[in-house]
Design a protein around this ligand. Structure first.
Ligand code: DGL
Length: 282
């Protein structure tokens, strides 16, 4: 693939490409649109292969390469890996394969925000099973703050709850309480004071997670932090599009455009129609 050639015009007018395993990355899309309203955004949800969070590193890397190639072929000016699992596992490969296209992942941005937020240096990461197994958050946090203590917890059921729109209520609270139990013990014993929402779906459960985590624990949402990182990198590379007009948005999905639109509306906080979503094969 000839990325260099497609970037030669280096035009700021090109869209920012964002990809996720499904609709969850729309939390990142939303944060990007709020921070950079003039930018054109092209979002790809790999719904045919969802979930990534329980797949092997080999599969996640292969899927991520395909999704990123599709966006690169469409001439995006930057790649944002909204999926925490893909960022955690495939980031080095994506950076290498797509150079000089700038690639930003959610893990580094989330780790940076966590280190900035935590006073005690005792940080918890809530993520999918594959993200936790890969240990990328722990490495990224410790690279920034070698003395940090990182406690990681896989919370697989949160993905299904968010996809169902179950974000409040006693059942959700019970599930959150179950997963957070060991972290609350750490908080009591050892001053854990920061919790990273290390999965695209978890910001939807933010209120319940915050309530269960209780006072003294700050939540870090990777959507907001990655939007800040994208803004900075665009400025550094002189790729920022003027903010005078509203940027466009396009949505691509590898399967189930109706479901993408229905569940996506929940993540986006506004109505998305099936005809707004283009079905693509990777
Ligand atoms: N997008 C994934 C993540 O952020 C969650 C959903 C999945 O398992 O594919 O880790």
């Amino acid at each position: 693939m000839n990325i260099s050639r497609s970037l030669q015009c280096g035009h700021a007018e090109r869209p920012i490409g964002i990809f996720d395993s499904g609709v969850g990355g729309l939390t990142v899309f939303k944060a990007l649109r709020a921070r950079l309203p003039g930018e054109h955004l092209l979002y790809l949800g790999d719904t045919a292969r969802l979930p990534y969070g329980t797949k092997s590193a080999e599969s996640v890397t292969r899927y991520a390469l395909r999704a990123a190639s599709h966006l690169a072929e469409r001439g995006v000016k930057m790649l944002v890996i909204a999926c925490n699992t893909a960022s955690a596992i495939a980031m080095p490969v994506l950076v290498r394969e797509f150079a000089p296209l700038p690639v930003i992942g959610v893990v580094e941005a989330g780790a940076e925000a966590a280190v900035r937020t935590s006073q005690s240096g005792h940080i918890a990461v809530l993520a999918t099973e594959s993200t936790v197994l890969g240990g990328a958050y722990e490495r990224a946090i410790k690279a920034l703050c070698p003395g940090a203590r990182v406690f990681s917890q896989a919370c697989s059921l949160f993905v299904a709850l968010a996809e169902e729109g179950w974000i409040h209520g006693p059942l959700v609270e019970a599930v959150v309480r179950e997963y957070l139990h060991p972290l609350l013990e750490e908080k009591k014993r050892d001053g854990l004071d920061c919790l990273v929402l290390g999965c695209t779906h978890f910001p939807l459960l933010k209120e319940t997670i915050a309530q269960v985590a209780g006072a003294g624990v700050m939540l870090v949402d990777s959507g907001e932090t990655v939007a800040r990182a994208v803004e900075k990198l665009l400025a550094e590379q002189r790729l920022t599009l003027g903010q005078s007009t509203r940027g466009g948005a396009r949505f691509l999905a590898t399967d189930g455009v109706e479901r993408f639109a229905r569940v996506g509306s929940l993540f986006l906080g506004e109505r998305l129609a099936a005809q707004d979503v283009e079905r693509v094969d990777l």
